[in-house]
Design a protein around this ligand. Sequence first.
Ligand code: ATP
Ligand code: MG
Length: 265
Amino acid sequence: MNEHKISEKHPRATSLRIRTKLVRGFESGVTSSFGLFAHGRGEAFDYLIGETTTENARVAIRAAAASLLLAKNPVVSVNGNLAALVPKELVKLARVSGAKLEINLYHRSREREEAIARVLREAGAKEIYGIDTAFQETIPEIYSDRRVVDHRGLFVADFAFVPLEDGDRTEGLVKLGKDVVTVDLNPLSRTAQMAKITIVDNIVRTMPLLISVTKELKKEPETTLTEIVTAFDNQENLSKAIQLINERLENLAKREKLEYMRGKT
Ligand code: ATP
Ligand code: MG
C-alpha cells in the first residue's frame, strides 16, 4: 500500500491515509489483526458524526484536559492502534501533563510490546511502563489479558487515559476507582458509556487538540480546573452525540428523498 497513491481529490483521502498507517502498523507487528477490525467499527461511526470534531467533543476534550491536570498520578495507556496512529502525540501529552506512558495490550505478545515500545522511543519517549515483567501486577477486576498492569503505572494511578479501549477493561478500571477518560467514536460502546469522560471523536483529530488545551489549562488555578470537571456530565454529553447522529441522518434522509423526487420529475 503506497500513501503517495492516495489522491488529494479522493473524497475519503484522510480516511485512506489513516488506514495506510494502520496497515503499516500491522505489517510491522505494532497493530494486531483485531485492531484493524476495531478501527473499522470506529470509522463507521466517524462517517455518522460527519468526520469532524463536534462541539460536544470539544467540551469533553476540555474536561479531559482539566481532569488530567488535576490528577496526582496520571497514566496514558497505549495499544497497537494508538502506536500506529498517534505515537508522537501520546508522548507529547504525557510530557505536557507529567503522565506515565504504559503499554497495555488486549492481544498481548512480547513481540508486539517490544514493537510498540520501539515506536514510542522513536517518538521521543524516555520511560515506558507495562513491559518489564518484574513490575507486573494482576487486577482481578479485569477478565482478559489486560488484567496485567504495571505496579508503578496503572496499578497505582488515580487517572487513566485509555483511548480505543475495550469495555471489560474500562469496567475494571472504573471499579478500581480510577478516573477513566477515553476517546471512542462509538457513543454506544460499553467503554464510552462507563468512562468518566468520553471524547466522541477520531483519535487523530483529538490528540493535537487535547495537547493544546492541556497546555492552555496548565496556566489556570486548580479551582478553575475543578469547576470544568464538575460541570461536565458524561451521560448528557453522550446523549448529545447520539442526538447529533440522529439529526444528521434525518437531514440526510430528507435530502436523499428530495433528490430522488427531483430525479422523477
Ligand atoms: P466495548 O468493548 O467498549 O463495548 P467494542 O467491543 O465495540 O467496544 P472494541 O474493539 O473493544 O469495541 O474497542 C475499540 C473502540 O475504539 C470501538 O468502540 C471503536 O469504535 C473505537 N475506535 C476505533 N478506532 C478509533 C479511532 N480512530 N478513533 C476513535 N475511536 C476509535
Ligand atoms: Mg470490546
